[in-house]
Design a protein around this ligand. Structure first.
Ligand code: SF4
Length: 355
């Protein structure tokens, strides 16, 4: 069935109004916190950048980010008023490793976290520092899913998300558009959201990676993207919708907000902050009449010289193990150095652009 563009625009207007009614007049920025560049799935997902790197990585442990880097980024995200969309890594972390990282990130941010790290062993996690769990479904068409993500069976992801709900956690899924899905598949997604009673959904548009079967393939169009987003919004007024974009698609931000998105994600943050691209993101958001949580250009906020008034963060009580508390304290100097490094790097790029 061919999509009807006029209908998509009409639905989007309804979806936008519904979003204002249930979520207010704000749009926020978020970003996933990545743990590393290695995934140990035997048959990796066919669109994945990490899969193309796998053979080049001799020692998977070296492909992990250092703890001080992860924590420094988490602290900077809070300064800028960007929530962490989730803590994310390829498959291959032990439950203890995941628990240690999520505890420390929650502690430095004074904020509970979402996890997107494959199948989670809840018994080994400090659930008090976790807000929710995300399942990387990626594509709802079963045949395509089995072909593209052979080692991520949807059944197991569903079981995990249902268990998370039972434990009182929020749940979400990720969907990538541009993998070959059809308009008819929207119905499947709506059924899945209903079955799992999801609190949120993240859409990404495929960013075709070199060395994958999607290299040189066009991605989803803005109208197609709007169709998926507005369909979810119209059927689930209260769900949080996060939409991913990319540097070459910044002008789809306005249309995505107009079709029901609450939050924009997926940016190479430090190379865009305060520069033309970061300001374009802010302009796109403000052009919809929405106000913006957080900043993509306020250098004083980045440097920690001022606290943002429009931050989505509310400090929460976070209790973590004595061992992890000591680790954070021992790392403090290294974390501060890393923060300084990120800030300097960002500032020098801004200066270069203006000269
Ligand atoms: S699970 Fe994630 S990291 Fe691993 S191959 Fe699939 S998309 Fe890539």
């Amino acid at each position: 069935m061919q999509q009807n563009p006029e209908e998509i625009l009409e639905n989007s207007i309804k979806a936008f109004k519904l979003t204002t009614k249930h979520h207010g007049n704000y749009t926020s920025l978020e970003r996933a916190l990545f743990l590393g560049w290695y995934c140990n799935l035997k048959n990796p997902c066919k669109f994945c950048y990490m899969a193309t790197q796998k053979n080049k990585i001799k020692d998977p442990l070296k492909a992990r980010r250092r703890l001080e880097t992860i924590l420094a980024e988490a602290i900077l995200m809070k300064r800028m008023g960007w929530k962490l969309e989730f803590i994310s890594g390829g498959y291959g972390y032990t439950s203890k490793e995941i628990n240690d990282i999520v505890e420390m990130v929650a502690y430095v941010q004074k904020s509970k976290q979402y996890l997107n790290v494959g199948l989670v062993d809840f018994d080994s996690l400090n659930l008090d520092v976790i807000e929710g769990v995300v399942g990387a479904v990626e594509i709802v068409n079963e045949e395509l899913h089995d072909y593209i993500c052979p080692d991520k069976p949807v059944g197991k992801i569903k079981d995990m998300l249902l268990r998370a709900k039972d434990l009182g956690l929020k749940t979400g899924i990720t969907i990538i558009l541009g993998l070959g899905e059809k308009e008819e598949d929207i119905e499947k997604l709506l059924n899945l959201i209903e079955e799992l009673e999801l609190d949120r959904i993240t859409f990404y548009s495929l960013n075709p990676q070199k060395g994958t079967i999607f290299e040189n393939k066009p991605s989803v169009t803005t109208l197609e993207y709007m169709n998926w987003v507005s369909s979810v919004r119209l059927n689930f007024p209260k769900i949080k919708i996060i939409t991913g974009t990319w540097v070459d698609k910044l002008t789809n931000i306005g249309p995505l907000i107009m079709s029901g998105s609450n939050t924009i994600t997926k940016f190479p943050l430090f190379s865009m902050f305060g520069r033309k691209e970061g300001k374009t993101v802010e302009k796109e958001i403000l052009s919809t009449g929405r106000e913006l949580f957080g900043t993509f250009s306020d250098v004083d906020a980045l440097m920690g010289k001022k606290k943002l008034k429009n931050s989505p963060y509310k400090d929460e009580e976070i209790e973590i193990s004595r061992e992890n508390l000591e680790r954070v304290n021992d790392l403090q100097e290294e974390i501060n150095k890393k923060i300084e490094f990120y800030v300097k790097k960002t500032l020098s790029k801004i200066i270069k652009e203006t000269h």
